[in-house]
Design a protein around this ligand. Structure first.
Ligand code: PLP
Length: 411
């Protein structure tokens, strides 16, 4: 702390996140688990409180002041998210529970409406289970076949294999923009364009991208994009599915119920227009509104300064791990987000994590919901430090000292 770059005032930024200012036992909290979930600024916490304290009411249907206020705030938040990802229209921004639900909506919908036996769905070897299992389920119902782009030793995608795997049979290419366990930033636009030339639909997992750099859906060109609020300083239980308008219109609804209908008779129901066709039932109003507040917070920051600071943190973290005997970084791609995953010659990742916790350091250990990727590297899991803009070099240096002690205990 005490550090100040030209435009990123870390003291003031850290004051925006009350949770960071606490001790775990005798030690100041060092929160290096941002890949799992990010912390929330006070404005987001207050937004949730304010909704329940002052205008809690069900939205869209109500004919009274509070219902109107809630509807305006909820739809206002959708508009903020539309601008945040540069979507063409707000109706293409669907509120979901998060990335996982967004994938399930698309995979199950395409299985019913588009995929046929023998069609190929292409994913990569570094996917989170959220971008594997829904497609396996889609294969079960449609008879489609799952194909996988391999991952190179440095954690980059094997683009030569990708070229070979992409063919006229490929009906869907779905892949991760930023790997949660390796930090690799994949060449999203390039892959999307290659797949689209062959007529495939594309879906991009932006869960680990939106909290780190600007994501422009029109520039990327993917047919569908998914992300979670809680990984971008917003609440849990809320996320986004973006889709191109015609693709969302072609996709059947995910759930039936209130909100998603135009007219119901016992003989036949017609569905509501976008975005409501995919938002059955009472939505997560408080968190939807607070996600808009998280967007406001991100946009109040100098995003270039954020990226520069995170890059410095990544370089320092990489140096720290590289210079300790017996540690090996898993994922050394040229383009990386601020994630460093490592294994030790002597210690199991979970032992390292447990001992680091004794010093107030929160890291993630295990397979990071990427079991096939761990199998690819023939490891049980890694210790992962995932950094955000509110982390500091001082925290990394303290972590380095504590890691030495922990490694000493386990050697
Ligand atoms: N995709 C990636 C790359 C992730 O990192 C995660 C969560 O860790 C997910 C998908 C699933 O996100 P959620 O659990 O918020 O649905």
């Amino acid at each position: 702390m005490g550090e100040q770059t030209q435009t990123l005032d870390l003291v003031s930024i850290r004051n925006d996140f009350p949770i960071l200012n606490q001790k775990i036992g005798k030690h100041p909290l060092i929160y290096f688990d941002n890949g799992a979930t990010t912390q929330k600024p006070l404005s987001v916490i207050q937004s949730i409180e304010n909704y329940y304290k002052t205008f809690n009411a069900n939205i869209h249907r109500g004919a009274h002041f509070l219902a109107d206020k809630g509807t305006t705030a909820f739809e206002g938040s959708r508009e903020k998210l539309k601008n945040f990802i540069n979507a063409e229209t707000a109706e293409q921004v669907i509120f979901t529970k998060g990335t996982t639900e967004s994938f399930n909506i698309v995979a199950s919908g395409l299985a019913k409406s588009y995929l046929k036996a023998g069609d190929e769905i292409l994913i990569t070897g570094m996917e989170h289970h959220a971008n594997i299992v829904p497609w396996q389920m889609a294969c079960e119902t449609s008879g489609a076949i799952l194909k996988v782009i391999p991952v190179l030793e440095n954690g980059e995608l094997d683009m030569e294999s990708a070229e070979k795997l992409l063919s006229e049979k490929t009906k869907v290419l779905s892949f991760v923009y930023v790997s949660n366990s390796l930090g690799t930033i994949n060449p999203a636009k390039e892959l999307i364009q290659k797949a689209q030339k062959l007529g495939a639909l594309t879906m991009l997992d932006c869960a680990q991208a939106v909290g780190h750099f600007a994501v422009d859906v029109q520039d990327l060109g993917a047919d569908f994009i998914a992300f979670s609020g809680h990984k971008m300083f917003g609440p849990t239980g809320i996320g986004i599915l973006y889709g191109k308008k015609n693709q969302l219109e072609n996709l059947p609804p995910f759930q039936g119920g209130g909100e998603m209908i135009k007219e119901v008779t016992f003989e036949k129901t017609t569905y509501n227009e976008l975005p409501f066709k995919f938002e059955a039932g009472t939505p997560n109003i408080a968190d939807g509104i607070a996600l808009g507040t998280a967007v406001d917070y991100i946009q109040s920051l100098d995003r270039q300064a954020v990226e520069a600071h995170e890059l410095e943190l990544l370089q320092l973290a990489t140096n720290i791990i590289e210079n300790k005997a017996g540690l090996r970084i898993i994922g050394t791609a040229t383009h990386k987000s601020s994630v460093v995953s490592f294994v030790s010659d002597h210690a199991h990742p979970s032992d390292l994590g447990t001992l680091l916790d004794q010093y107030g350091i929160a890291v993630r250990t295990g397979h990071h919901c990427c079991q096939p990727l761990m199998r690819r590297f023939e490891i049980p899991g890694t210790v992962r430090i995932s950094l955000s803009f509110y982390n500091t070099k001082e925290e990394l240096n303290a972590f380095s000292g504590h890691l030495d002690k922990v490694l000493g205990m386990l050697s």
